[in-house]
Design a protein around this ligand. Structure first.
Ligand SMILES: *Cc1c(COP(=O)(O)O)cnc(C)c1O
Length: 719
C-alpha cells in the first residue's frame, strides 16, 4: 500500500519536473533548430501549432495543466519528451565545446554583439531582412560552438510590418502587437527580483528602459524595451517598430541600442572583451565606452585609444541609404548632452562622424564613427571587402586603396536552423544516429560530412530526386493554401480553389528577398516574350514563385512588387507565376527548400553578400546568380549557374540590359536543358550531379559555424 502511494508521488513529481522542463525548453530558441523538440510541440496540438504559427510557448499556454498532465501519461510520448530534455540539458551543460579548447578566455569576458535587428524564428519578427537573419544565425552558431557571447538589440513591440496587397496590387502594411508572455523571452531582473531598469539621455532628458532576454541556446540576446510608464509617450514608442519613424526616431533608437546597450551590460556585471558592431546602427556604443574612460579621468585621445582595441565593426552594404547620416540640427537636439560627457565641443563630436572633420556641410555618419572607433573592420564577402576599401579610401588618404584597413569575413547561415523538417530527418538518417547529436549543428558544418555526398553509395540519385519531388510538392501545396487565403481576404465572398496552380513536375524558380531596387526583382520580365515561351513550353515548362517586402517608405520598391503581381495576372503567365504575400522566415524556408533554382540578380557589386542562396544548398536547390557577393566566391563552374561573368559595365542601363540578356541565355541554354535532360528512368543525372557538387562545395563553407570561428580567430581573440 505504502509502496504504491510512494510510486504515485514519484510519478507525480516526475510529471511536474517534465512540465517545468517543457516550459524551459519552449523559452529557449534551441528548439527551433532541434527537430525532435519541434515534433514534441507540434504533436501536443498540430492545429494550435499551425494556427499559432509554430510558437512553442503559445502552444504550451493553449493546453490546460490537466491536458498536459494526461498527455504525459502516454509512456511513448513521455519517453520522447524525456529524451529531448536530456539532449537539451546535455547541450546546455556541454564542456567539450570548440570554444572551450580554442577561446576559453571569452567565457569570462564575452563577445558583446550589437545589432539593430535579430532574426531567429517566425514567431519573433524583429528583423527586416538579411542583416537580422545573419545576426540571429551568428548567435546560434556562437552557442553551438560554446563561445562566450551575448547579443544586444531592441524589443520592437510591433516588430517588422506584415504585408498585404490591396486591389491596386500595392503593398499595404499592418502591425500586430507582440506579447512577451507568449514569446520565448524572459524579463531581465535585478538583484531585487524586479525588472532591471536602466537610463539613457535622449535630447537631454532621461529615458528609462528595461530588457528581455531571448535565450539562444547557451547565449542570451538582450532586447531593450523603452515602453515604460515612466517615459513620456514619444519615448515609450521608440522601440515600437523595426526601422519605423523618421531620422529622428532612428537616432534615438540608436542611442538606446548603443549607449543603452553598454549600460545594460554593465548593470548586469559584464565586462565584454569585444564589442562587435553589426552595421553602423550600433556605433554609439563606442562613445559610451569613451564616456566611461573620461569619467575615470582619461583625456579624450587616451579614451579613444583605450576603446579602440575593444571595438570591431562589420559593414554590410555599399548602398548609400544603408549608412545612417544625421544632420547637425538633429545631433544638436538628440545627443545634446554628449559633448559635455566627452569633454569636447559639438564640432569635436561631429568630427568623429565625418570623413573630413572640418567640413561643416558633412553630416554625421554612423559608419564613419564606427570605422574611427574600431581597431578592425570587415565587409561580408571578398568582393564587398574590396568595394568597401574603395568606398572609404578617403578616410585613409595616406595609403593606397589596398591599405584601407577593411578586410572581409564572408557571411554564412546556420544550416541546422534553416533546414526544413523532412530535410533535417533525411540528413540525420545519413549522418547516422550513433550519437543523436547534441552537437548536430556543428556536425553539419563539417566538410567531411558533405564530402560524402559526392558518393552515390552514400546517397543515391534516386533518393535525391525523390527528396526534390517531395519538397517541390510541399512548396506548391503551401503556395496554393497561401494564395487561397490571400484571395479570400480580398474577396471574402468568392471561394476559389487554387488546385490547378503550379505544376509539381515543372522546373520551379524562386526569388524572394527585400524589394530593394538594386535587387532588380523584375529583371527576368525584361525579355517578356522570350520568357512566356520558355514558361509555356509543354515539354519543358518553367514556373516562378516570388515573395518579398519593400520598406514601408520605399515606393520604388513597392512599384516592383506591383509589377510582379501584375505579371502574375498576365493571361499567358498566370498559371506559371505566383507572388506569396508576407515574406518571412517561414515563407523563406518553404521557398529555398521547394524551388529547384534560386534566382539572384542584383546590380553588381551592390549585393554585399546575400544569404538566401546559401539556405538553398542543403535542400538540393541550385543557385542561378550574378557573380556578386558570396556567389562570386562560391561558384566554381560545377555547382550551380552564373549569370554573366566577373566584370561590371560602367553604365547602369547597359548593365541591366547585359544582365537580362545573360540571364535569359543561361536559363534557356543551360538551366532548362540540364533540368529536363532525363535518362530512361526519368532521372536528370547531370542536374543531380550539380546538386551534389553544390552540397560538397558550399554547405559547410557557408555555415555560420565557419564564419563565427573565423571572426573568433581573426578578431575576437586578442593577438
Ligand atoms: C535569408 C533571408 C533574407 C536575406 O536574403 P538575401 O539573399 O540576403 O536577400 C531576408 N529575409 C528573410 C526572411 C530571409 O530568410
Amino acid at each position: 500500500m505504502r509502496l504504491a502511494k510512494r510510486k504515485q508521488v514519484d510519478a507525480h513529481n516526475q510529471l511536474g519536473t517534465t512540465v517545468t522542463g517543457l516550459n524551459r525548453l519552449a523559452r529557449n530558441l534551441w528548439w527551433t533548430w532541434n527537430q525532435d523538440a519541434q515534433d514534441v510541440f507540434e504533436e501536443l496540438s498540430p492545429r494550435a501549432w499551425s494556427n499559432l504559427y509554430h510558437n512553442a510557448v503559445a502552444v504550451l499556454r493553449e493546453l490546460s495543466a490537466e491536458e498536459l498532465r494526461v498527455r504525459l501519461l502516454d509512456e511513448e510520448f513521455n519517453g520522447r519528451v524525456q529524451e529531448v530534455l536530456r539532449q537539451f540539458d546535455a547541450y546546455l551543460g556541454a564542456t567539450d565545446t570548440w570554444a572551450a579548447a580554442h577561446a576559453p578566455g571569452l567565457a569570462k569576458r564575452p563577445v558583446a554583439y550589437f545589432s539593430a535587428e535579430f532574426g531567429f524564428h517566425e514567431t519573433l519578427p524583429i528583423a527586416a531582412g538579411g542583416l537580422g537573419m545573419l545576426a540571429g544565425d551568428h548567435a546560434k552558431s556562437a552557442s553551438d560552438l560554446g563561445l562566450g557571447f551575448v547579443g544586444v538589440s531592441l524589443f520592437y513591440r510591433e516588430g517588422y510590418f506584415q504585408q498585404a496587397i490591396n486591389a491596386e496590387n500595392w503593398q499595404t502594411e499592418y502591425y500586430s502587437q507582440l506579447d512577451p508572455q507568449n514569446l520565448p523571452l524572459e524579463p531581465v531582473l535585478g538583484d531585487d527580483g524586479q525588472p532591471l531598469v536602466c537610463t539613457v539621455e535622449i535630447a537631454a532628458e532621461p529615458v528609462s528602459f528595461r530588457a528581455w532576454a531571448a535565450n539562444v541556446g547557451r547565449c542570451p540576446v538582450y532586447l531593450i524595451d523603452a515602453n515604460l510608464p515612466a517615459n513620456q509617450p514619444h519615448f515609450r514608442d521608440l522601440t515600437q517598430r523595426v526601422y519605423g519613424g523618421d531620422n529622428s526616431t532612428r537616432i534615438m533608437q540608436e542611442i538606446l541600442l548603443g549607449i543603452g546597450g553598454v549600460r545594460l551590460l554593465r548593470q548586469l556585471g559584464l565586462q565584454p572583451s569585444v564589442f562587435h558592431m553589426n552595421e553602423g546602427h550600433a556605433a554609439f556604443l563606442a562613445l559610451e565606452l569613451m564616456r566611461e574612460q573620461i569619467a575615470d579621468g582619461a583625456g579624450f585621445d587616451a579614451a579613444l585609444a583605450a576603446v579602440k582595441p575593444q571595438c570591431l565593426f562589420t559593414t554590410h552594404t555599399p548602398v548609400p541609404a544603408g549608412h545612417d547620416r544625421f544632420g547637425r540640427e538633429l545631433m544638436d537636439y538628440a545627443v545634446r548632452h554628449l559633448p559635455g560627457q566627452l569633454n569636447i565641443s559639438t564640432d569635436g563630436l561631429l568630427a568623429l562622424g565625418r570623413v573630413n572633420p572640418s567640413d561643416d556641410n558633412e553630416d554625421f555618419c554612423m559608419t564613419v564613427l564606427a570605422l574611427k572607433a574600431a581597431h578592425a573592420a570587415n565587409g561580408v564577402s571578398e568582393l564587398h571587402g574590396q568595394v568597401s576599401r574603395e568606398m572609404w579610401h578617403s578616410l585613409y588618404p595616406e595609403g593606397s586603396v589596398d591599405d584601407v584597413p577593411i578586410g572581409h569575413v564572408t557571411n554564412g547561415i546556420h544550416l541546422a536552423g534553416w533546414m526544413k523538417g523532412p530535410v533535417r530527418k533525411f540528413w540525420r538518417r545519413k549522418l547516422g544516429q550513433a550519437e543523436p547529436a547534441t552537437n548536430w549543428a556543428v556536425e553539419l558544418a563539417k566538410p567531411e560530412f558533405w564530402a560524402r555526398v559526392e558518393d552515390a553509395s552514400f546517397v543515391s540519385d534516386e533518393e535525391l530526386w525523390a527528396l526534390r519531388y517531395k519538397l517541390r510538392r510541399e512548396l506548391i501545396e503551401f503556395a496554393r493554401r497561401r494564395l487561397q487565403d490571400q484571395e479570400h481576404r480580398s474577396k471574402p465572398s468568392d471561394f476559389i480553389a487554387f488546385d490547378h496552380l503550379l505544376n509539381p513536375d515543372a522546373l520551379t524558380i524562386g526569388f524572394a528577398r527585400r524589394f530593394a531596387t538594386y535587387k532588380r526583382a523584375p529583371l527576368i520580365f525584361d525579355q517578356l516574350d522570350n520568357l512566356v515561351s520558355l514558361a509555356r513550353d509543354l515539354r519543358r515548362p518553367v514556373q516562378f514563385v516570388f515573395a518579398g517586402k519593400a520598406h514601408p517608405r520605399d515606393d520604388d520598391g513597392k512599384r516592383l512588387i506591383q509589377k510582379i503581381i501584375h505579371m502574375s495576372h498576365h493571361s499567358k503567365l498566370s498559371d506559371h507565376l505566383v507572388f506569396l504575400e508576407n515574406y518571412d522566415v517561414h515563407v523563406a524556408r518553404q521557398m529555398v527548400s521547394g524551388c529547384d533554382v534560386w534566382l539572384n540578380n542584383p546590380r553588381r557589386p551592390l549585393e554585399a553578400s546575400g544569404t538566401s542562396g546559401m539556405k538553398a544548398t542543403c535542400h538540393g536547390c541550385l543557385n542561378l546568380s550574378i557573380l556578386d557577393g558570396w556567389w562570386r566566391e562560391g561558384y566554381d563552374g560545377t555547382n550551380g549557374f552564373a549569370i554573366g561573368g566577373d566584370e561590371h559595365a560602367a553604365d547602369v542601363k547597359e548593365q541591366d540590359r547585359l544582365d537580362s540578356e545573360n540571364l535569359y541565355k543561361t536559363l534557356s541554354g543551360e538551366v532548362i536543358p540540364c533540368f529536363y535532360d532525363r535518362d530512361d528512368g526519368g532521372i536528370p543525372r547531370a542536374w543531380i550531379g550539380k546538386i551534389r557538387r553544390a552540397m560538397v562545395t558550399l554547405a559547410a563553407q557557408y555555415d555560420t559555424t565557419r564564419m563565427v570561428r573565423e571572426y573568433t580567430q581573426k578578431f575576437y581573440l586578442p593577438e
